[in-house]
Design a protein around this ligand. Structure first.
Ligand SMILES: *[C@@H]1O[C@H](CO)[C@@H](O)[C@H](O)[C@H]1NC(C)=O
Ligand SMILES: *[C@@H]1O[C@H](CO)[C@@H](O)[C@H](O)[C@H]1NC(C)=O
Ligand SMILES: *[C@@H]1O[C@H](CO)[C@@H](O)[C@H](O)[C@H]1NC(C)=O
Ligand SMILES: *[C@@H]1O[C@H](CO)[C@@H](O)[C@H](O)[C@H]1NC(C)=O
Length: 474
């Protein structure tokens, strides 16, 4: 009896200790508990962050096996870069027929927004994916949005349903009810991780809520968000600053795929892009790395010639499910892979870590950042990985390089083309429009070939007929 009592007391003590541990210490140790903490301005000062994963473009209605590889990578933080669900409804691409959604005779919009109920349902499906649930138990998950989860393909500030979208998106991220992020206009946010000297700041930008129409060269962030952003940069409280933008920051795909495609990017808002780089330079912010998604393939870009004074990396990972080569038939996928190889791109990082010669990967992928805080200098390994977690593109950069003044770039000479410096839009026309030349060249050959073939057959027959009378006497 006495023994029993004693052991009861012991287990009760253990229980009390366990409860104390659970509520006071485990948020530091366990990422799952961290989700109960306010996401906005979260400070987890004692936890060194050295493994971060990120991704974008996940169709909630499709299987999402890639979460297993992400969990196996074992990140303490996962960052969503947008198109976290495909909320908007769409019609298939049709050039002819009654409802034409594409091409010069288009008469029907291809995408349209859905009701709040439908959007909520789609978020529930996404959150219920077993692989994603497993990751939520081991990693903290934060994120921003892009057009499809904002509510409509390529949409900006004009979208009338944006406040409802914001609420549902923040629900998806378990944002506390009293979070300032629920009261502001837009989903931008900032997080600080790690102890002094090993701090990582993550800034999530909102490139939708305040964005002016495409082609306007107008606003990308809006003045309130710019002011907040500058305040965050000014704090100077981190060694590494990861800035998540849904759309690409450095690469300008639009410049080299004209006149066929238009790709959303900061480069299509050149004034805002310049403001972004200048803000980093003016505030002497070191250790900036950009993350982006949106484009359905992945690549690592690097820009050396801006005002920042050190290499600006932009890691693009797009296609947790929606990857360009896997959404089309094998022939088109082959053409895309070929095009990726010969279309120029002055900013892309080429090295032996790439799976393909193009250093573009068009199948399902996620991105990763590994920080070796114990190395001297601190090393940052940036990678994009396939559905098995194997690197398809990567590069390693010492943190000491990401410091203002680390790069002493010579200004471009007139007509000079230099990697990581010359803008794609400034390439000579002979190189810039390779895709157009290939397309029109192939089309020309294909259209002309029946005539050519006909002409050749005609010549051949005539030549034979001429020969035939001579053969008769034989
Ligand atoms: C998502 O996947 C479902 C099921 O495969 C498919 O019907 C739907 O068209 C996909 N949505 C997008 C935006 O690709
Ligand atoms: C969540 O997924 C389980 C199976 O994994 C399924 O039984 C359940 O209906 C799903 N719930 C929702 C809301 O989709
Ligand atoms: C990106 O390309 C577009 C289309 O050619 C061009 O209008 C824009 O100025 C380019 N942006 C930059 C920063 O080079
Ligand atoms: C900028 O920051 C570096 C450290 O990252 C520091 O050495 C330098 O003095 C700063 N320059 C200015 C102008 O604040």
């Amino acid at each position: 009896m006495g023994r029993g009592c004693k052991s009861m007391g012991g287990s009760r003590l253990l229980l009390v200790l366990y409860i104390i541990w659970q509520f006071h210490f485990s948020p530091i140790l366990s990422a799952n508990s961290a989700q109960r903490l306010p996401g906005y301005g979260l400070k987890q000062e004692d936890r060194v962050v050295s493994r971060i994963a990120f991704g974008s473009c996940a169709n909630q209605s499709a299987p999402q096996p890639i979460w297993t590889a992400i969990s196996n990578f074992d990140p303490s933080l996962f960052i969503w870069l947008g198109d976290n669900i495909y909320a908007d409804a769409k019609l298939p691409v049709r050039f002819i027929g009654r409802k034409r959604t594409s091409g010069p005779f288009k008469n029907t919009p291809r995408f349209w927004p859905v009701s709040a109920e439908v959007m909520e349902q789609k978020y529930m499906i996404a959150k219920n994916k077993s692989g994603y649930e497993a990751l939520r138990r081991t990693a903290q998950i934060i994120g921003t949005w892009d057009d499809h989860d904002y509510g409509l393909n390529d949409a900006g500030k004009e979208l009338s349903t944006k406040d409802v979208s914001q609420k549902l998106m923040l629900d998806f991220f378990d944002e506390p009810k009293d979070s300032p992020r629920r009261k502001q206009k837009g989903v931008y946010a900032s997080y600080l991780y790690g102890p002094k000297g090993k701090r990582v700041k993550v800034i999530l930008l909102d490139t939708r809520y305040h964005r002016d129409p495409l082609g306007s060269n107008g606003a990308m962030l809006g003045e309130t968000q710019w002011a907040w952003f500058e305040q965050e940069l000014r704090k100077g409280d981190s060694q590494i600053t990861i800035i998540a933008s849904s759309i690409q920051v450095v690469s300008n795909v639009s410049a080299v795929v004209q006149p066929f495609f238009h790709v959303e990017s900061w480069s299509n808002f050149p004034a805002e892009q310049e403001r972004l780089f200048k803000l980093i330079a003016d505030n002497n912010v070191s250790g900036v790395i950009f993350l982006s998604g949106d484009v359905h393939f992945c690549e690592i870009s690097r820009f050396d010639c801006g005002p920042v004074g050190y290499p600006i990396y932009d890691l693009t990972s797009s296609g947790l499910t929606q990857a360009v080569e896997e959404l089309t038939n094998p022939l088109v996928a082959f053409v895309i892979r070929f095009a990726a190889w010969f279309v120029p791109n002055t900013m892309r990082v080429y090295n032996s870590q790439c799976r393909y010669k193009s250093c573009v990967y068009g199948k399902r992928n996620f991105g990763s950042i590994e920080i070796d805080w114990d190395a001297d200098p601190v090393m940052i390994k940036m990678s994009v990985r396939d559905i098995f977690g194997t690197t398809v593109s990567g590069t390693e950069v010492p943190l000491s390089i990401l410091q203002p003044g680390a790069l002493n770039t010579q200004p471009l000479q007139r007509g000079e083309v230099r990697r990581h410096c010359t803008l794609d839009v400034d390439l000579p026309w002979t190189r810039k429009y390779l895709l157009a030349y290939a397309f029109f060249g192939t089309s020309f050959v294909l259209t002309m070939s029946p005539f050519l073939l006909g002409y050749m057959t005609f010549k051949l027959l005539r030549a034979r007929r001429r020969r035939e009378p001579n053969q008769k006497p034989d």
